[in-house]
Design a protein around this ligand. Sequence first.
Ligand code: MLT
Length: 262
Amino acid sequence: MEILRYKNANIHFSSQGKGRAIVLLHGFLENISMWDDIILALSKKYRVISIDLLGHGKSENIGYIHSMEDQALMIKFVLDALNLSRYVLIGHSMGGYVGLAFAEHFTDNIKGLCLMNSTPLADSPEKKINRERAIEAVKINYKTFIRMAVPNLFAPYNLLKFKDEVNIVVEQALQMQPQGIIGSLEGMKLRKDRVNELKKLKVPTQLIIGQNDGAIDIELTLESIENTSTEIIIFPDGHMSPIENKSELIETLEHFVKKCYS
Ligand code: MLT
């Protein structure tokens, strides 16, 4: 585990393995430990960098709002500090929104972009209202918010099967400061639609969907990239493919990264 100072905040990241680079970006309420098994697999052939996003894990806050661009600039700072100029980005959910913002601003640096349980669409008006409600709930009691929000990320029929994993995600999210949670809710609420930015990318792109993911509008997302070169992979379960569909996911990512670097 390593730490860099960025805008007066500690930024926590890890770098494992040698070779061409892969950058892993976790989702909302998560941190780099969600990638442990995926890093184990991918770092056999690649250098795998994973970064705690602003206000998550052991990375500190830099403002009241953490926009997707704020996160992307922080990531560029870390990757520049590591002297890396070409990498494949893999983002889980909010990490995918950040990956898209990164790809828009630093297109020449990326060799491929995988959006996992994510979408290039902006929040719908209804979702923006839900974000406002979530922010109020966090202000009242962020622990209750986390205990309700995390299980909703799993397919309902998987809650028993992955009981221990759900508890681990909850316990880790409870280490966050409420401001880190609010910063990301605000940032996700104001993020723009990046369907066109995704379409413009000339490197391999991939969208991984969980068929029973309640956090993403699957139909609209698939519609938005119809007839584009983005490869679509559909898993049977929920929003937490790194847990609910781990082995298939690892195989899919190995294949995707190989394509990006071929
Ligand atoms: C995430 O897992 O990062 C979030 O559920 C994404 C979102 O709320 O849009």
